[in-house]
Design a protein around this ligand. Sequence first.
Ligand code: ADP
Length: 166
Amino acid sequence: MNRKAVYPGTFDPVTHGHIDIIERASRVFDHVLVGVAHSHDKKPLFNVKERIEMMKEATKHLGNVRVEDFSGLVIDYVRKKESMVIIRGLRMISDFEYEFQMALTNRKLAEDIETIFMMTNESYSYLSSKLIKEALTLGADIKSFVPSFVAKKLKNKLHGKPHRRT
Ligand code: ADP
C-alpha cells in the first residue's frame, strides 16, 4: 500500500523541530507532503514563496518529501491529494488543547481522515517559530534552533537588509 501523509503548517520559518517531525514521518510513510499554508490571517514574516523555498532546502536530504503551498481547509487539501492522514507535531502540553480541538473538528468534518501526532525530539520541544523571531529581535543567537541558511534569512529580514539569493 502506498501511504501518503500531509504535514500542514505555516512554517514561518521552518525550525529544527519541524524538520525532526518531517524526518520521523518520512520513515513511517511512503510519501510526505509538506503543505505550507498561506495563513494570511497570521500575517507571516516570510511570504509563502520564501517559506516554501526554505522548507525545500531544509528537506532536500529526504527523497520521499515534497513541499507545496495550499490554502483553505486542511481536510479539503488532504482529500485533493488522495491522502487520509494529517501529521501534526506535539511539543508541550500547551500544544495539546489547541491540537486536540483542531483534530476533533477535522474529524467531525471528515470522518475518513486521521490526524496523527508525532512527538519531537526533547531537545526541540521548546522551539517555536514565534519565539525564535522574538529572541532574534532581542539579539539572541538562534543558530541552534534553525538551519544556518534560515538564520541568515531571518537576520536579513528582521534587521532590514535586502534579501539576496545565493
Ligand atoms: P500552524 O500555523 O499550523 O500551527 P506551525 O508552523 O506553527 O503551523 O506548526 C506546524 C506543526 O508543527 C504544528 O503541528 C506544530 O505543533 C508543530 N511544531 C511546531 N514547532 C514544533 C517543534 N519544535 N517540535 C515539534 N512540532 C512542532
